[in-house]
Design a protein around this ligand. Structure first.
Ligand SMILES: [Zn+2]
Length: 228
C-alpha cells in the first residue's frame, strides 16, 4: 500500500504511534507508561507527551505516584497532563469519588505547572463541567467528545478544545457548533481510523483533508502554548 503523502495531526493517541503522525499528543494511562512516552518524545520531536492517571487505572494511587508525576513535569516543560478524567460507563473501576480525587490532584498540578490537561469522560459530562468551573483558567483537551449538543456552548465558555474520533457519535452535528479553532481530530490509538475521520470531517466542513490538517496543526500549537 502507498503511504499517504501527507502526515496527519493526531490530538490523542497511545503507543504504538503511527508512522504517519505529523504532530501528535501521545497519552499515558498509568505510571508504567510514563518513562516510555517521555523517552519516545525525546526521539521524535513530533510527539507531545502527556503524563497522567486514567480513571480506569487508579489501583495503585498513592502519594509517591503524585511525587513522581510532579518530578516528570518539572523536568519536562513540554509535557502535558493526561489522560485524566471521569468514567461512569466502565464496570469494575474505582468509584467516581475516587476518580474525582485523582482528577483534582492532576488539575492542581496543571495549575501549578501551567500545563494543558487531556480529559477522558464517559457519561459524566455534567460532573466534568462542574469540575472545570472550579479551575476555569486552565486549558482542556476534551478527548473523544461525546457530550450533548447543548453542552458544547457550556464548555466553550472555558479554554476547551473538542477532539473528535471514530467513537464520537454526533460528530456531524458537533462540527457545526464547535468553532473551527477549537476543533481537533484523534485516533485514540486506532490508527486506521484517523485518515477516514479527516475525510469525513473535511467533507462536512467543505475542506480538503490537507487544509483541515493545517488547521489542526495550528489548533494543536495553540493548545500546547495556551494561546487561545
Ligand atoms: Zn485514550
Amino acid at each position: 500500500m502507498n503511504k499517504p503523502d501527507i502526515h496527519y495531526t493526531d490530538a490523542h493517541t497511545h503507543v504504538p504511534v503511527s508512522d504517519t503522525c505529523a504532530k501528535c499528543i501521545v497519552c499515558s494511562t498509568q505510571p508504567q507508561d510514563w518513562g516510555n512516552i517521555i523517552a519516545l518524545s525525546k526521539q521524535h520531536p513530533n510527539i507531545i507527551p502527556a503524563i497522567g492517571l486514567h480513571p480506569w487505572y487508579q489501583q495503585d494511587q498513592h502519594s509517591d505516584r503524585w511525587d513522581q508525576l510532579e518530578d516528570i513535569l518539572q523536568e519536562h516543560p513540554q509535557c502535558l497532563i493526561g489522560e485524566a478524567g471521569l468514567d461512569k460507563c466502565r464496570q469494575g473501576i474505582s468509584p467516581i469519588m475516587e476518580q474525582q480525587k485523582a482528577l483534582n490532584k492532576q488539575l492542581e498540578l496543571a495549575e501549578k505547572y501551567h500545563r494543558p490537561i487531556v480529559l477522558h469522560c464517559c457519561q459524566a459530562w455534567g460532573k466534568l463541567l462542574e469540575t472545570i468551573k472550579n479551575h476555569s483558567h486552565l486549558t482542556y483537551l476534551l478527548h473523544g467528545w461525546n457530550g450533548s449538543e447543548e453542552m458544547i456552548g457550556d464548555y466553550l465558555k472555558y479554554s476547551t478544545y473538542f477532539s473528535l474520533g471514530s467513537l464520537s457519535k454526533h460528530w456531524d452535528t458537533a462540527i457545526r457548533q464547535i468553532p473551527i479553532n477549537r476543533l481537533l481530530i484523534e485516533s485514540d490509538g486506532r490508527n486506521e481510523t484517523l485518515i477516514p475521520m479527516y475525510e469525513k470531517i473535511g467533507k462536512g466542513l467543505h475542506l480538503s483533508s490537507a487544509d483541515l490538517n493545517q488547521i489542526m496543526i495550528n489548533n494543536l500549537d495553540q493548545l500546547i502554548n495556551n494561546t487561545l
